[in-house]
Design a protein around this ligand. Structure first.
Ligand code: FAD
Length: 537
């Protein structure tokens, strides 16, 4: 890769636009280390067009909603407003579904029976599921405002955060700032050299060449010879050995850039692209006090509508209505039923595929075909906020190629004394399966071991932790629906179409999977179509 880009390394002919794009793509595109995380960023812009208006009198029609996650509660809220009688059956003893925060004193039982009692101090929490809200997820932001959920900034990219690989620099982490500055600097230098040598003549006009050279100097912090070299210019990007100061100790000591080949071979540059994804661009928000605040506020708004601890075990429709049979999810007990004219079912497809429901083959096949991604999050409480006190890391994310994949620092309560909770692991795919196979205690212990390579303070300061492996969460059995292009082409429309008196909603019935925005948009679309059906029935 390096020799191809170095002067003369590509042979003598001028570089075409295609070559140029290939070169940039090769460097920036093979982010295997962070593949899973960036796969969460493939979504398009929210299709939210403002508050829904369901006009016309439904004349007392009733709707049974299954699941009190974002999709279910949005449906209940809007349908009730439009004049429907609504009722929700919910497996858990709380509202929110995947919109969930774990606080000290909470107890969580996973599939297989392992129980975790959260030992965090007051005010500290882990968001096992969603943790960030992009500024263009208009529907979520609308409901936060409507429900009075206070938001604060979420820090995604932090130049002081760390990048670590067991395969590079003896396993010692590098600050994001250094990797980002050096990578940009070398790419700029190479591009400037190619331009100077006439290798881009086919791709770039003569006038644009001048502009490109100037832009590369500016963007990459190149010197007058278009070189990226140790000096005050580059240290102003990557940091100094000693910063400029005052009085007689004011002379700064510039830092040495990482050698280009070492930098490229390290793979650490992949983290730069991770922060560029559409969903990860500023501004990003988080609810004050934990993501679960949205679910809580929604649940309060729907007081009396939701039956908690209700595990649906059968869904049956006739020409006249829908009946769900449910049992107490904690104690079992005799089955009960709830009936309505229509049903909005937001139970994740992974669970729904195991519940008898008399819908047509197209919808059933779609439910059965959808695969759910694996994911794991581990929250660690430490005796002090050493990442702030010792490393000046305030929010943001450090990345590693160890199985925990990343460390997320809290974007709140900066400079506070006492304990702090950080996200010690957030990973997908094979690493998530690896984690899920361990006991919760082992997951936490492993996460402390991995994290100590970035922060040696871990071992001394660790207090307690909690680990949520999404394939072992009994009410989702996975993180989120995983649509491939082929699956979508084959099943998506059938999954979303109304079948008799039943319509499905949830993130899995959207084109923004694994985001709350998708759950809400799917819900709004489903109830809009259902309302039309009712009005014309
Ligand atoms: C690890 C992770 C990270 C994420 N990160 C983000 C993020 O940063 N930002 C973001 O916006 N989104 C994120 N998401 C996605 C987001 O959480 C979901 O898209 C959204 O919360 C799904 O809402 P829903 O209503 O479709 O489903 P759910 O929230 O799953 O609601 C379904 C409900 O059905 C209930 N249920 C299940 N089975 C039964 C049954 N048999 N009987 C009765 N009820 C039942 C469940 O208890 C649940 O309450 C993340 C998700 C995960 C797991």
């Amino acid at each position: 890769m390096v020799s191809d880009q170095s002067p003369g390394g590509r042979g003598s002919g001028p570089m075409s636009r295609r070559d140029l794009l290939t070169l940039i793509g090769t460097v920036a595109g093979s982010a295997v280390m962070y593949e899973a995380m960036s796969s969460m960023a493939l979504a398009g812009e929210s299709g939210y067009t403002g508050p829904i208006k369901l006009t016309g009198d439904p004349k007392g029609a009733s709707v049974l909603i299954l699941g009190a996650g974002m999709a279910g509660m949005c449906a209940a809220y809007e349908l009730r407003k439009a004049g429907y009688k609504v009722q929700i059956l919910e497996y858990n003893d709380r509202a929110g579904g995947r919109n969930w925060s774990l606080y000290g004193g909470d107890t969580y039982t996973e599939l297989g029976g392992a129980v975790q009692k959260v030992g965090f101090d007051k005010g500290l929490y882990l968001n096992p599921g969603p943790w960030r809200l992009p500024h263009h997820h208009y529907a979520v932001l609308h409901y936060c405002k409507l429900l009075g959920v206070a938001l604060e900034p979420f820090v995604q990219v932090n130049y002081a955060a760390l990048l670590q690989s067991d395969k590079a620099f003896g396993g010692k982490p590098k600050p994001y700032r250094e990797v980002q500055a050096d990578f940009n600097g070398y790419v700029a230098e190479l591009l400037a050299k190619c331009t100077q040598q006439g290798k881009l003549d086919e791709a770039v006009t003569k006038e644009d060449r001048e502009v490109l050279m100037g832009a590369m100097r500016e963007w990459g912090a190149l010197d007058k010879n278009y070189e990226y070299k140790k000096g005050l210019l580059t240290s102003d990007r990557r940091g100094y050995v000693s910063d400029p100061g005052g009085g007689l100790t004011s002379v700064p000591t510039p830092s040495e850039p990482i050698a280009m080949t070492e930098l490229l071979q390290s793979g650490l540059w992949a983290a730069i692209a991770a922060g560029h994804g559409y969903e990860f661009q500023n501004m990003i928000f988080q609810p004050k006090g934990g993501m679960g605040m949205i679910g809580k506020a929604f649940g309060k708004e729907l007081d009396g509508v939701i039956t908690y601890d209700a595990k649906v075990i059968d869904i049956h429709q006739t020409d006249n209505g829908v009946t769900a049979t449910y049992v107490n999810s904690k104690t079992g007990g005799p089955p009960k039923t709830a009936s309505a004219d229509w049903c909005v079912c937001t139970i994740p497809a992974s669970v729904l595929s195991q519940i008898p429901m008399n819908v047509g083959n197209p919808m059933q096949n779609a439910i059965d075909a959808l695969y759910y991604d694996a994911s794991i999050k581990v929250g660690l409480q430490f005796k002090r906020r050493f990442w702030e006190q010792d490393n000046a890391i305030y929010g943001g994310i450090s990345f590693t190629d160890q199985p925990n994949s990343m460390i997320g620092y809290p974007s709140t309560d900066y400079f506070s004394d006492g304990k702090g909770v950080l996200l010690g692991a957030y990973t997908f795919g094979p690493n998530a399966f690896l984690y899920a196979a361990m006991s919760p205690e082992e997951r936490v212990a492993k996460t402390v071991e991995y994290g100590a390579k970035l922060h040696p303070q871990y071992k001394e300061e660790f207090d307690n932790g909690v680990a949520v492996a999404w394939h072992r969460v009994p009410w989702t059995l996975g993180c989120a629906g995983h649509w491939t292009e082929e699956l979508r082409a084959q099943h998506y429309d059938d999954l979303c179409a109304i079948d008799g008196r039943i319509v499905l909603a949830g993130e899995h019935a959207s084109r923004i999977p694994a985001w709350q925005e998708g759950a809400l948009l799917s819900s709004l679309d489903a109830i809009r179509r259902l309302h039309q059906r009712v009005m014309t029935a």
